[in-house]
Write a protein that binds this ligand. Structure first.
Ligand code: ADP
Length: 302
């Protein structure tokens, strides 16, 4: 087991988020976006909103796919039990940045990363990091719901079983709790043995969220989780995310600015692999510090 990474603090140890995190100072005045972000500490610019005691802290992060650079010198911190949205035009690096957090990019040939990401104060690239343990603590929900061709029950029990949990009663508890957590229990409680592939698109996406919850993550990454869903299913996932942030830290990639403004606490705008602005969501949409942000949110580019 990797020290520090695989061990999750017990809920009893945790201080309430609001006691742990001092209130962020909003970013600097308009124009501050041109300043480079410093590493760590309180908020220091519109570009790099910083928080004390961040869950995730990105410093000078650059990433290349082969010779093509996808991220350039990104610095930002992710705040505990909040929703942070990554927005920006297609291809600007949102998903790539998200995948850096739990090292999913490791699975892609030819990827090179420079800079650092700290999760709970520890580098995710440290030589002794157990990547499986990291991905358990930082779960992921993808754009296309991807249930296994198994029963609803077996989908949710999959992760816990891999962790060695075999006792049926314990698995029953975990499955119920995860499905309740994903606001799906009421719809599937009487058909847990049915195939997950028979669920609607929105239900499948909530099942994938339940599957992520079943291994008790601390952070949930969501890569355009609603892009294939109709407005009603989207609204349910958005309501669910607002519930989940009571217990988890959420980071969502979305191409939908309305969605970012509806549900996120903080928003980062990326463009061509660089961070343009990182700000409290309301402020970013109402009073952006950067002209580029203003142009993007008013539809002048992207
Ligand atoms: P976004 O999520 O903002 O649409 P991505 O992170 O998917 O952007 O992509 C950023 C850039 O990296 C794009 O130019 C894209 O073509 C490239 N890219 C993404 N994934 C890969 C990959 N697996 N191999 C090579 N290039 C990739």
């Amino acid at each position: 087991m990797t020290p520090g990474l695989a061990q999750r603090p017990s809920p009893g140890d945790a201080q309430p988020a609001e006691q742990r995190d001092s209130d962020p100072t909003p970013g600097g005045p308009p124009g501050a976006a041109a300043r480079p972000a410093g590493a760590g500490g309180a908020a220091d610019s519109a570009l790099g909103l910083r928080f004390d005691d961040p869950v995730l802290e990105v410093r000078s992060l650059s990433l290349w796919y082969g010779r093509s650079q996808a991220l350039t010198d990104i610095a930002l911190t992710i705040r505990r039990r909040k929703i942070t949205a990554f927005i920006g035009p297609s291809g600007c690096g949102k998903s790539t940045l998200l995948r850096c957090f739990n090292r999913l990019n490791d699975l892609i040939d030819g990827v090179r990363v420079e800079g650092e990401i700290h999760f709970e104060g520890r580098s995710v690239h440290a030589h002794d990091v157990d990547v499986n343990a990291l991905r358990k603590r930082i779960g992921m929900v993808f754009q296309k719901s991807n249930p296994f061709p198994k029963s609803i029950y077996d989908n949710v029990a999959y992760g816990p079983r891999i962790q060695g949990i075999r006792q049926r009663r314990r698995l029953d508890e975990i499955v119920e709790q995860a499905l309740r957590g994903a606001a799906l229990w009421g719809e599937v409680a009487d058909r847990l043995e049915h195939s997950a592939l028979g669920l609607s698109g929105g239900q499948q996406q909530r099942l994938c969220i339940a599957r992520a919850l079943a291994v008790e993550p601390e952070v949930i990454l969501l890569d355009e989780p609603c892009s294939a869903l109709d407005p009603i299913a989207t609204a349910r996932i958005e309501a669910l995310m607002l519930e989940l942030k009571e217990r988890y830290t959420l980071v969502i990639v979305t191409h939908n600015m309305q969605q970012a403004s509806r549900i996120s606490d903080y928003t980062a705008l990326l463009y061509l692999g660089s961070l343009v602005e990182y700000q409290e969501t309301e402020r970013l949409f109402i009073n952006p510090a950067s002209k580029q942000t203003e142009d993007y949110i008013t539809g002048r580019f992207g």
